[in-house]
Design a binder for this molecule. Structure first.
Ligand code: SF4
Length: 201
């Protein structure tokens, strides 16, 4: 159930679910852009340090848009092969030698956890929003970081992590119930898409 628009996600096809996830991502990206504009918090150019974390976890659904994209590019089997031969738990999409704003080779298709980290809040046991961001931002943008926390206390609109996971739950509960190591989540999304199209064709 999409609470904002009262839409019920019954009997959606895999493509429709991927499109629904992409809509949630679009809304989140707009909310993050507005939060960044209000707080001036930003990632260091070319950083990508958060992507080197070896234990990033994700759901299958948040990588469904990426898996459908790969299928349409006829690259799904190739990526499955890469994941099966990828030696580490560090995200396979990370490209350490990439030049530009960050090191994500598929930035447009990155997962929900990737979008939320740095510019979202979790709610603590007192229902207070706590900003979840990286050590680099906390130290190198200390004044803006502390100001952002005050702005949030003052009611500044900030994406709340569990609210976005709830929106994905509403699209497909099964595919959001479990968190897997990020490459495993990507692998399962690709396998699901290949099965779906194999069945359809
Ligand atoms: S998908 Fe992209 S943003 Fe997410 S962890 Fe991998 S490299 Fe980083």
């Amino acid at each position: 159930m999409d609470t904002d628009r009262g839409i019920v996600f019954l009997a959606m096809s895999l493509e429709e679910k991927a499109a629904a996830v992409a809509l949630v991502f679009e809304k989140l990206d707009r909310q993050i852009a507005s939060f960044q504009a209000s707080t001036t918090l930003h990632c260091q150019w070319g950083c990508g340090k958060c992507c080197f974390k070896p234990d990033i976890e994700a759901t299958v659904l948040e990588f469904l848009p990426f898996a459908v994209h790969l299928y349409r590019q006829q690259a799904a089997e190739h990526w499955l092969e890469r994941i099966q031969h990828h030696p580490t738990s560090i995200c396979l999409i990370l490209n350490p030698t990439q030049s530009g704003a960050g090191l994500c080779a598929e930035y447009v298709h990155r997962g929900l956890i990737c979008r939320l980290f740095g510019y979202s809040a979790r709610t603590n046991k007192y229902a207070k929003k706590e900003l979840v961001t990286c050590q680099i931002i906390k130290t190198e943008q200390a004044a803006a970081y502390h100001n952002a926390m005050l702005q949030i206390e003052g009611g500044l609109d900030v994406p709340v992590m569990n609210q976005y996971y709830m929106q994905l739950h509403a699209i497909d509960f099964e595919l959001t119930q479990h968190f897997y190591p990020i490459n495993e989540a990507i692998k399962r999304a690709i396998e699901l898409v290949l099965q779906y199209y194999a069945y359809r064709n």
